[in-house]
Design a protein around this ligand. Structure first.
Ligand code: SF4
Length: 317
């Protein structure tokens, strides 16, 4: 349904008194990936690995520097392009901080109903759709008259989900959607997302730094590091038998996860290198316990199929 074809995205870094360009950060450095209809594709990686940039490109909020993002075979319109709203309504996003993604001066009913304005419904039809969606996320019709500051964090995230679902999208990008919530509220919101998926048949691109949350939600998992996908596998296979040294280290560092990798891989140490000056060769080599001389000198390994449905980017394979 959604396809990234060798997508790259760079940002110019500016500095000094005159804001001169000082270089380029390659936030996404050549990603090819497919999100299938009705599935949850988890995207996991440490902070700054480019997963949020990829999520924004998935819904057309950000254009790739090169490569293409296709929705049902058609390239997404450029951000801000007029006249094309069809794909946009079918691609929605839920952010980590619902407080900053909701207008503090807009009542909840108006905020949830705003994406419906493009559908030219009557006011009554719009209110019915909004109230039905509020009920689905566990809120009452009277909540529609309140403002965002009158809600708890968990309730605000429910509002953000209602706003994302009200247009009946095909794909929702959840970018760290439960990271700011307490564990018990997290579980409620994750269950809500799963219920909505069963009801509406939608797909999620579920972005998180938390492998436990990604494992709970996903059918397949993509592991991202410094702008590239290092491993892509069905959830069960990835947790049972992680292949890439980075995936093994991530699993070893997650105390709540039972994984064979915990016995055989050291936990991840050190910080990821700066995307401003990524290492030559395999970008993971400065932290990889299995690095070989060619990992530093050969071009970055490509993401290759090692078994049906399994891809890994590592010279060991
Ligand atoms: Fe480690 Fe080399 Fe594989 Fe990179 S290519 S993950 S450095 S073994």
């Amino acid at each position: 349904m959604l396809e990234f074809q060798d997508v790259r995205r760079s940002f110019t870094v500016r500095g000094g008194v005159f804001g001169h360009a000082q270089g380029e950060v390659h936030a996404v450095a050549g990603v090819s990936l497919v999100v299938r209809r009705g599935e949850t594709l988890g995207l996991v990686g440490e902070s700054g690995c480019g997963k949020s940039t990829l999520g924004r490109m998935a819904v057309g909020l950000l254009a790739p520097t090169s490569g293409r993002v296709l929705f049902e075979g058609q390239a997404l319109p450029a951000p801000g392009a007029r006249g094309e709203t069809g794909a946009r309504g079918r691609l929605q996003m839920v952010f980590q901080d619902p407080f900053s993604s909701l207008n503090p001066r807009m009542r909840i009913g108006a905020a949830v109903g705003e994406p419906l304005l493009a559908e030219r419904l009557s006011r009554r039809e719009r209110e019915e759709r909004v109230n039905a969606m509020l009920a689905r996320v566990g809120l009452a019709p009277e909540h529609a008259r309140r403002y965002p500051h009158e809600f708890s964090g968990g309730q605000r995230q429910r509002v953000a989900i209602a706003r994302a679902l009200v247009t009946r999208p095909d794909l929702v990008v959840c970018d760290e959607a439960v990271s700011a919530l307490d564990a018990s509220i997290q579980a409620q919101v994750l269950n809500l997302l799963r219920d909505a998926q069963e009801t509406f048949g939608l797909a999620y691109l579920f972005i998180s730094h938390d492998l436990g949350v990604v494992g709970h939600m996903s059918d397949r998992v993509a592991v991202m590091y410094l702008g590239r996908i290092l491993e892509l596998a069905p959830r069960a296979a990835l947790f049972r038998e992680p292949a890439h040294p980075y995936t093994r280290a991530l699993l070893a560092a997650a105390p709540a996860l039972r994984a064979a990798a915990r016995r055989s891989a050291p936990a991840l140490s050190g910080e990821p290198p700066s995307p401003f000056a990524p290492p030559e060769g395999c970008a993971f080599h400065p932290r990889c316990p299995e690095a070989m001389p060619r990992c530093r000198t050969a071009p970055a390994p490509a993401l290759l199929e090692i078994a049906p449905e399994r891809r890994v980017a590592c010279h060991l394979f």
